[in-house]
Ligand binder design. Sequence first.
Ligand SMILES: NC(=O)CC[C@H](N)C(=O)O
Length: 247
Amino acid sequence: MTAHSRLANPPTPTVVVGVLALQGGFAEHINLVRRAAAHLQSAAHVQAVEVRTPAELDRCDALIIPGGESTTISLVAAQSGLLEPLRRFVKVLGKPVWGTCAGLILLSDEANATKKGGQELIGGLAVRVHRNHFGRQIESFEEGLDLPFLGDDGAVPFPGVFIRAPVVEDILSPAAPGRKGGVAVLAKLPGRLDKASPGRSQASTRDDSGDVIAVRQGNVLGMSFHPELTTDPRIHLWWLREVLHQL
Ligand SMILES: NC(=O)CC[C@H](N)C(=O)O
């Protein structure tokens, strides 16, 4: 018997959810994690913390990488000595990680470079993303999304905010029956005509059912849009429940 199990009221376990706070929408994610945690019917206490150093990352049970500018986040992560610890967190320790927009780009194994050289990625999702797929900042849009993974909570469309958003243009290792560890498509954005800019690659995962905008591979989740720029906590709540299951 452990010391804890002899106690009448064992201490509430604390789950530390880090948000990479180098650039972009980290404060917004922290707010939504806190709001979503208040809806959790779980004995666990969720603590949302900003992560800027390897020591802060070490404390985390799970991590969110926010939207922003993936090149900047990658550069600052490299300067902060965080790139290798982040890769270890995702790929060796296998802790739950969720990237939104720029975060999805950083968690992808490949990104088509818009400029020569591109940026250093963290990786973990066996996909290639196409950056800025829908065009420039002024071509940002909001669209109601059907997100089947939300189950009953998804009956009302989710406000999908797309700002210079990437799409998953190729799945390098698809999930298949009887095959472990592949990439599952969680959501698509239907009905958008390809706004091809000259020279960009064609999205090979795109078919009549739309562009791939949410994927998952084991502990790693990536989304093209910005749930953190809404007041809707449904995806954060769903993810926190998934995190608690995985721990
Ligand atoms: N809103 C965003 O996160 C945009 C991401 C941006 N396209 C990038 O390459 O980083």
